[in-house]
Design a protein around this ligand. Structure first.
Ligand code: BV8
Length: 263
């Protein structure tokens, strides 16, 4: 008789929970799916409303922004408004509680830009793709002015003239969201720390990601090649499933508390 799926999931959760209880070093890679149960649409879900006609991989690019700054700024503005209205969910909280109870044992690496892990209390989050609520100066040539326009760091909002997007009050240089766009390099320090954690962990949990975006998804190969036990937690198949020793087919707000609470 085929195993009852509920029993099979319970057994798999218990097995992975045992691994986590013994692990000295746990690495967790999260994607947009861990925020889904907070009400944040995932990155590749059909875009909502006005944005349904656009491909996010076209909007989340430097050329997409330079081609139509107001459109892309409006997309990020609608995402910022949606994220500001939601709260971290039980999955975010379970990760934060474990990290606080076991300092130094869990490294949280996220592809998400929504800040929900940080709001849930996770310390030292490795945010590979930046932060959606930060504004940065747009890079590249632009009129020089007495204001510094360092690229890749938050800009001083007092220097901004209101607009969509805002501009430098002195020279008119555009502001852009402080996220990593497709075709842009990831921030060196978080990526280096993530690679180090992936190569040294006993267990890697891969939660809520389709596993399609690199170099983030490459971290799972690094962990596997270094001998870690890889666990994929996702209600749907992902591009990383073949690397997993255990697949947990459940939503993260259910699975993460089941794995971590009380450890
Ligand atoms: C770079 C910020 C060097 C912006 C994002 C190697 C091979 C192939 C391609 C490449 C490669 N190296 C580089 C590339 C190109 C590219 C890339 O990977 N392309 C892909 C699409 C093929 N990578 C880059 O450009 C990276 N830069 O490598 O620099 C370089 C320099 C110049 C030229 C070339 C290379 C930069 C990538 C960063 C892009 N920025 N975000 C913004 O947010 O606006 S990525 C974006 O996708 C989000 O951050 C998102 O988190 C991320 C990954 O997507 P997912 O998190 O997986 O989300 P998705 O919606 O896809 O899936 C959701 C999942 O959740 C699903 O599996 C679903 O089943 C699951 N789920 C749903 N509900 C739940 C759930 N899971 C659990 N519980 C639930 N309840």
């Amino acid at each position: 008789m085929a195993a009852d799926p509920v029993d099979a999931l319970a057994a798999a959760l218990a097995q992975v929970r045992g691994w986590l209880a013994e692990a000295q070093r746990v690495a967790v890679l999260t994607g947009a799916g861990v925020s889904a149960e907070s009400g944040v649409p995932t990155f590749r879900d059909a875009q909502q409303g006005l944005w349904a006609q656009f491909d996010p991989q076209q909007l989340a690019t430097d050329i997409g922004f330079r081609t139509d700054p107001a459109l892309v700024w409006g997309w990020y503005g609608s995402r910022r408004e949606a994220i500001a209205r939601v709260q971290p969910n039980a999955g975010h909280s379970a990760l934060a509680a474990f990290a606080q109870a076991h300092p130094g044992r869990l490294t949280l690496i996220t592809q998400n830009v929504d800040g929900l892990h940080q709001r849930a209390g996770s310390p030292d989050v490795l945010a590979l793709h930046g932060h959606i609520f930060e504004d940065h100066w747009l890079g590249g040539p632009g009129a020089a002015c007495e204001l510094p326009h360092p690229v890749g760091v938050p800009c001083d909002s007092t220097a901004l003239a209101p607009g969509h997007p805002p501009r430098c009050r002195a020279c008119g240089r555009l502001v852009r969201p402080g996220v990593v766009w497709f075709g842009e390099s990831l921030p060196e320090a978080p990526l280096r720390a993530a690679e180090q954690a992936a190569s040294a962990c006993d267990v890697m949990l891969v939660v809520g990601t389709a596993g399609a975006v690199y170099p983030a998804a490459g971290l799972v190969f690094t962990a596997r090649e270094a001998g870690a036990r890889v666990v994929v937690l996702n209600p749907q198949p992902t591009e990383l499933d073949a690397l997993a020793e255990v697949l947990l087919r459940c939503p993260s707000a259910q699975g993460l508390p089941a794995l971590l609470d009380g450890l």
